[in-house]
Design a protein around this ligand. Structure first.
Ligand SMILES: C[S@@+](CC[C@H](N)C(=O)[O-])C[C@H]1O[C@@H](n2cnc3c(N)ncnc32)[C@H](O)[C@@H]1O
Length: 451
């Protein structure tokens, strides 16, 4: 496991995990940042391994912390120095999830503790890991189940407590468990063809020639990846923009919007651009798309990708979608709102731990303000999609009800060809996907009109 980079793998992983917490970075950004400092030849060799550690530890963090907190006396893992806590998490993950012999897992992190702290801390860490080795998780979980069933499920499936309660209310006990189990499975990839460069049949042939086994999906421009040999991002056609990697439900938005050639479209939260580019592709590069986002970094990435995909009808603007007003009204609007991202746990397990109720309440206010502002920017008779990758009714159906009752929109009875219908009295006119049912992100779409 030890590598010839200046630091060991364990040290690098603990640094990245600590950056995620301390600087509120996404796992993806933290990985990118850390690998900038790794020498070139090691970068390609170790990226996959480190990526997998980071994602798996974040996925199982609550269960890992349960083991650690059960053996820690007089303190909690959350109270320890964050770098030390993350080293302990790596060892627990190695021992309990990867089946690494405890002596090896312990030894490799204790060496880092000695280097970065001191002998006393190393002895402390060693004692904790010995206790973890003897910890009877099955018994402890059984006791927890008797005391607090929700907390038991939250630990067992390593999901936030609020999520367990929410999922049980939406889907019942069995449904909630199936959803959490599927959130914990490996990510499923989908690819969408870039029709400016090729067609779906040629893409399918190309992928199969390159050992990527694919299947059709409910969307005729999207393929489901069943098996692959090397990362899709290393394929020449990916690097040249012949296809994009885009979640199935996310790729439904542009179809529901049904843009027509020559129209003027606003995308109010556009970066990194999946839906904007899809709309541009469906419009065959005609008309005009104004794509705004509040994050300059994300817009910059979007600009690079746009050139690669041959998209020419998009103007990128750094702006706040709550107040942005353009000189013309729009025929159609995409509002893929910032949200709790609670539908993306399989893809981004770090998101599980980065939203609490306070942060979610704030994002709901932003969603409402954006809905109000969308109305101001839309022409009479114009249509829009409102979508989130959240499972929560307060970000989805309740916000649509707000748009109908308080803003003035009407709901378009769109004929969804797949997925589930939603909740509340408007449930039969909206789209929902769930990870355990549709093998993609849990997702919400509603189509609205300014009458
Ligand atoms: C769900 S993501 C959008 C994903 C994008 N539509 C796509 O398909 O690639 C939400 C986006 O909202 C942006 N955002 C957050 N607050 C915003 C605001 N007040 N105005 C505009 N964009 C905002 C975030 O920077 C983020 O890029």
């Amino acid at each position: 496991m030890e590598v010839t980079i200046k630091i060991t793998i364990q040290e690098l992983i603990a640094d990245i995990l600590t950056d995620i917490e301390e600087f509120n970075l996404s796992a993806k950004n933290a990985l990118e940042r850390a690998f900038r400092n790794v020498v070139e030849e090691d970068r390609e060799r170790y990226r996959g391994l480190v990526h997998s550690y980071i994602f798996e530890i974040l996925k199982w963090r609550k269960r890992i912390d349960f083991a650690l907190n059960s053996v820690l006396k007089g303190t909690k893992i959350e109270k320890l120095n964050p770098f030390l806590a993350n080293l302990l998490r790596i060892a627990v993950y190695d021992i309990r999830f990867k089946g690494t012999p405890p002596a090896i897992a312990t030894d490799s992190v204790i060496r880092v503790v000695k280097k970065r702290f001191n002998i006393k801390t190393a002895k402390f860490a060693n004692a904790i890991l010995r206790s973890v080795e003897e910890f009877n998780e099955e018994n402890a979980l059984k006791k927890l189940k008797e005391k607090d069933r929700i907390e038991y499920l939250s630990v067992k499936f390593s999901h936030p407590r609020w999520y367990v309660e929410y999922a049980m209310e939406l889907l019942g006990y069995e449904g909630a468990i199936r959803l959490m189990m599927s959130n914990n499975r490996p990510q499923r990839y989908y690819v969408r063809v870039n029709p400016l460069k090729t067609d779906i049949d040629s893409l399918r042939d190309y992928l199969e020639e390159h050992d990527v086994r694919v299947a059709r999906t409910p969307l005729d421009d999207v393929l489901k990846v069943l098996e692959y040999q090397k990362p899709l991002t290393r394929l020449k056609w990916y690097k040249e923009g012949y296809f994009v990697i885009q979640d199935l439900a996310s790729a439904y938005v542009a179809h529901v919007l049904s843009p027509e050639n020559g129209e003027r479209i606003l995308d109010m939260a556009a970066a990194p651009g999946s839906k904007t580019f899809h709309v541009a592709h469906l419009m065959e590069n005609t008309g005009e798309i104004i794509a705004i986002d509040y994050s300059r970094d994300r817009l910059e990435k979007m600009r690079e990708k746009m050139a690669l995909l041959g998209v020419k009808n998009v103007k990128l603007i750094h702006a706040d979608g709550q107040i942005f007003k353009w000189k013309h009204e729009f025929d159609k609007i995409v509002l893929d709102a910032p949200c709790s991202s609670s539908g993306t746990y399989r893809q981004f397990p770090d998101v599980k731990w980065s939203f609490d109720e306070e942060k979610i309440a704030k994002v709901i206010q932003v969603q409402k303000a954006m809905l109000k502002n969308a109305y101001k920017n839309l022409r009479k008779g114009g249509e829009m999609t409102y979508s989130t990758c959240s499972i929560r009714i307060d970000e989805d159906e309740e916000n649509v009800k707000y748009a109908l009752n308080k803003v003035g929109f009407e709901l378009v009875p769109y004929e969804f060809t797949w997925g589930e219908r939603g909740f509340t009295e408007i449930g039969d006119k909206v789209f929902r996907a769930f990870t355990h049912l549709h093998d993609c992100n849990s997702f919400f779409i509603a189509k609205l009109r300014k009458s």
